[in-house]
Structure formats: structure tokens, C-alpha cells
Design a protein around this ligand. Structure first.
Ligand SMILES: [Zn+2]
Length: 78
């Protein structure tokens, strides 16, 4: 556990930056499991508590011009 009780996601794992502020997401342990969240603002997107769901984070932080279907396929393949 690092600062503020967050786990940093290894650089080897593909994850998108927060769509609202550009921060690399972190993993936090909360009641009910893990969330993938923005380290800066709690009001920015965070995944449902449970299993670590980087795919869900990536889909919600995809820019409009991103290939969301391709991203989904990529995440399901890894
Ligand atoms: Zn953010």
C-alpha cells in the first residue's frame, strides 16, 4: 500500500488516464472490495467495488474517438 492506501497499477498493465484530469488510476480497497479510481478526485469515475475491473475503467475513460470495441477486445484477451 502506498500513499493514502492506494495501490499503484503496474506500468505493464494497460489503463487509460482519467478522462477528466489525465491522472493514471489507482486501486483502492474499500468496503465491498476493490475499486479502480482517479487518485485526485473522488467525484471522477470509479468502478463498482468488487474485483479489480480495469476494463470497466478503460471503457468509461475512453475518449470519444477511441476504438471502444477494440479496447474491449484487447482487455478480454489479456
Ligand atoms: Zn480524475
Amino acid at each position: 500500500m502506498g500513499m493514502k492506501g492506494y495501490l499503484h497499477i503496474p506500468e505493464s498493465i494497460y489503463c487509460k488516464a482519467c478522462k477528466q484530469c489525465g491522472s493514471r488510476p489507482v486501486i483502492a480497497l474499500v468496503q465491498g472490495g476493490y475499486v479502480v479510481k482517479c487518485p485526485v478526485e473522488n467525484s471522477h469515475y470509479q468502478t463498482q467495488a468488487g474485483l479489480i475491473d480495469i476494463a470497466d475503467w478503460n471503457i468509461h475513460n475512453a475518449a470519444l474517438d477511441d476504438d471502444v470495441i477494440g479496447l474491449k477486445a484487447y482487455n478480454e484477451a489479456v
